[in-house]
Design a protein around this ligand. Structure first.
Ligand SMILES: NC(=O)c1ccc[n+]([C@@H]2O[C@H](COP(=O)([O-])OP(=O)(O)OC[C@H]3O[C@@H](n4cnc5c(N)ncnc54)[C@H](OP(=O)(O)O)[C@@H]3O)[C@@H](O)[C@H]2O)c1
Length: 258
């Protein structure tokens, strides 16, 4: 299969580590030129330097904190038309929903939904002109079955999934697809911190919690960020032209729903 991604341009958010970084690496290998977005400027510079450029790709970055008020002005610095937008950022803090304060929902709604909307509005007219676009949102399997102990996250992810489905209904006619990728337990710093919190709450060693979690996955292991990235690279490509409006779990079979 020819993924035909060479010479395409992508914005990949949350790309200094974990899943976002793996997506940036995967797309760059296919010849995509990238604009990375995250907060840590030193790491952004390092990653831009290390990404594949052997096919004439050119990479840059924007240093943005999605939790801060307004970043629209920073996006004015972007030039040209983008073919691919990958919406991704750090997940909301873990905790039972009854412990959450109203402000926690407001902040997570901004980080995950309002910011996605700002980015879509930045790229969508160019995608329409090109009759090609790929918008991919990294959410969570909680949109299929809520995960205990992730109260704010479960709530906000559902809103993002419905926002994305609505977009897919509107934008398909322009050759723009909108899909969600739902990572399962993926070996990143986010997963490490969730495991640590769970171990503290349950008063058990981290190794025991890890074993329990792995047992709940039919493949009996955690996923790697590159395995999530592979799905995103495919969905970004012209080869995925008839896939629109889906939620794709990349979770080793853990989610017990169809
Ligand atoms: N890993 C899993 O097991 C798993 C499972 C299900 C869902 N997910 C979800 O998938 C997404 C990615 O997960 P991950 O494990 O790769 O997370 P991660 O390792 O925590 O990476 C998050 C990325 O987002 C950036 N980021 C965080 N806060 C930001 C902010 N305020 N503004 C701009 N950028 C910000 C971080 O870079 P800077 O620090 O440089 O800003 C980093 O590059 C998250 O939403 C997570 O909840 C993960």
């Amino acid at each position: 299969m020819n993924l035909a991604l060479r010479n395409k341009k992508a914005i990949v958010c949350g790309s200094t580590q974990g899943i976002g970084k793996a997506i940036a690496e995967g797309l760059a290998k296919q010849g995509v030129s990238l604009t990375l977005i995250a907060r840590n400027e030193n790491v952004l510079t390092d990653i831009v330097g290390s990404l594949d450029k052997s096919l004439g790709q050119a990479h840059d970055y924007l240093c943005i904190d999605f939790s801060k008020d307004n970043f629209s002005e920073k996006l004015d610095g972007l030039s040209g038309t983008y073919d691919i937008l990958v919406n991704n950022t750090g997940g909301p803090a873990a905790g039972p929903i009854t412990d959450a304060e109203p402000i926690d929902f407001e902040e997570a709604f901004k980080m995950h939904l309002i910011n996605n909307q700002i980015l879509v509005k930045k790229v969508v007219e160019g995608m329409k002109r090109n009759s090609f676009g790929r918008i991919i949102n990294i959410i969570s399997t909680s949109v299929k079955a809520p995960i205990q102990g992730l109260g704010v996250s479960n709530t906000i992810r559902a809103a993002v999934a419905n926002w994305a489905k609505t977009l897919s209904l509107e934008l398909g006619v322009y050759g723009i697809t909108v899909n969600n990728v739902l990572p399962g337990f993926t070996n990143t710093n986010r997963l490490k911190s969730l495991i640590k919190k769970k171990a503290e709450i349950q008063g058990k060693p981290i190794s025991e919690i890890e074993l329990q979690m792995k047992k709940s996955v039919p493949l009996n292991r955690f996923g790697e960020a590159s395995e999530v990235a592979n799905a995103v690279v495919f969905l970004s490509s012209p080869a995925a032209s008839y896939i629109n409006g889906i939620n794709l779990p990349v979770d080793g079979g853990r989610t017990a729903s169809l």
